[in-house]
Design a protein around this ligand. Structure first.
Ligand code: PEP
Ligand code: MN
Length: 343
């Protein structure tokens, strides 16, 4: 961190800035320019200290030098994180396919979808049991019953699973039934939830909030990691913008930016990113071409009858078609599909 003083700042004010830096256990390094003084701060200043210095007498500006993502940041020479789950590797040069229904509707519905997506090449089964719905009158999910079906489908197909958790008090329950915890877009800054997810052994996928900057999204991942869980996956699922031609605006650039700023695997979710089933394929492929480590896609036996997110869900046939495009792009990117070891 570097502190730029105002022109005309007195020697006493500069001395007071240096004294304040020392009182934090840090070391000031003064550079005297022709018109102003710059004070470098040597050490690891806290965010609180950085904010306080912005309004310290004589200070014009505080410039951050290192990134605030101590654990989630790319760092120098830090290798890409590889997450091992159910015999699969997420990150580190492969492409992972997560697919399944938005919400688990019944045992049969999930079983049929699981078998079909597996046959088409998916390796992680998604399915929501606790659903964050905009309206309290919409279907809210089968809750624990749904999680039990998810576990059963995982045993039957050999696919590891991912499911959303919305409450800190339910982290243990979801973690006991699903291999990967999903923090949904609406909860991406639910800090008690992030801290609780940091305490379990399951990998955690942190979705980007509809109004989160990339820095805020990485800070959400940092929360999980700071609480003790290094196995974090980032997921770009579209953001809220002025344009209303799609449900959200899929920020493909964010995939490339997150890959540059962080060593964590990045997944693209074109189902929520677009809200439109026929836009899922182009955005899935664009995400992979931008460097994503995988995709998450919603699939339903009859999207027109889905209890949630039907308009963005692929039929089995369309998921098959998507997979042939995915295979071609994954091969072109030299990121082979991560394979499931059959049970
Ligand atoms: C979901 O994955 O079904 C979901 C609700 O996603 P998001 O949190 O991105 O809206
Ligand atoms: Mn959904």
């Amino acid at each position: 961190m570097v502190i730029v003083t105002k022109t005309g700042t007195t020697a006493e004010e500069v001395a007071a800035i240096e004294e304040r830096i020392r009182s934090e256990g840090l070391r000031p390094h003064r550079i005297e320019g022709a018109r102003l003084v710059i004070v470098g701060v040597v050490g690891d200043p806290s965010e609180d200290f950085r904010e306080q210095m912005q309004i310290f007498p004589g200070v014009e500006r505080v410039v951050r030098i290192s990134t605030p993502f101590k654990l989630a940041g790319a760092g120098e020479g830090r290798p890409a994180t590889r997450i091992e789950v159910g015999g699969l590797t997420i990150g580190g040069g492969s492409t992972v396919i997560m697919a399944g229904p938005c919400t688990i509707e019944s045992r049969e519905h999930l079983m049929e979808t699981a078998q079909q997506v597996k046959q088409a090449g998916a390796t992680i089964l998604r399915g929501g049991a606790y659903k964050p719905r905009t309206s309290p009158y919409s279907f809210q999910g089968l809750e624990v019953e749904g999680l039990e079906y998810l576990k059963e489908a995982s045993l039957a197909t050999g696919m590891p699973t991912i499911s959303e958790v919305m409450e800190p008090g339910l982290v243990g329950t979801v973690a006991a039934h699903a291999d990967i915890l999903q923090i949904g877009a609406r909860n991406t800054q639910n800090f008690p939830l992030l801290k609780e997810a940091g305490k379990v052994a399951n990998p955690v996928m942190v979705k980007r909030g509809p109004a989160s900057t990339i820095s805020e999204w990485l800070m959400s991942a940092e929360y999980v990691m700071a609480a003790g869980n290094p196995n974090v996956i980032l997921c770009e699922r579209g953001i809220r913008t002025f344009d209303d031609s799609t449900r959200n605006t899929q920020d493909v650039a964010a995939v490339a930016v997150a890959k540059r700023l962080s060593h964590l695997p990045v997944i693209i979710d074109p189902s929520h990113g677009t809200g439109v089933w026929h836009l899922v394929e182009p955005l899935a492929l664009a995400g992979l071409a931008a460097g994503a480590d995988g995709i998450m896609v919603e699939v339903h036996p009859s999207p027109e009858l889905a209890l949630a997110d039907g308009p963005q869900s692929l039929t089995f046939e369309n998921f098959d078609l998507l997979m042939s495009g995915v295979r071609r792009v994954a091969a072109a990117m030299d990121r082979p599909l991560s394979e499931l070891v059959s049970p």
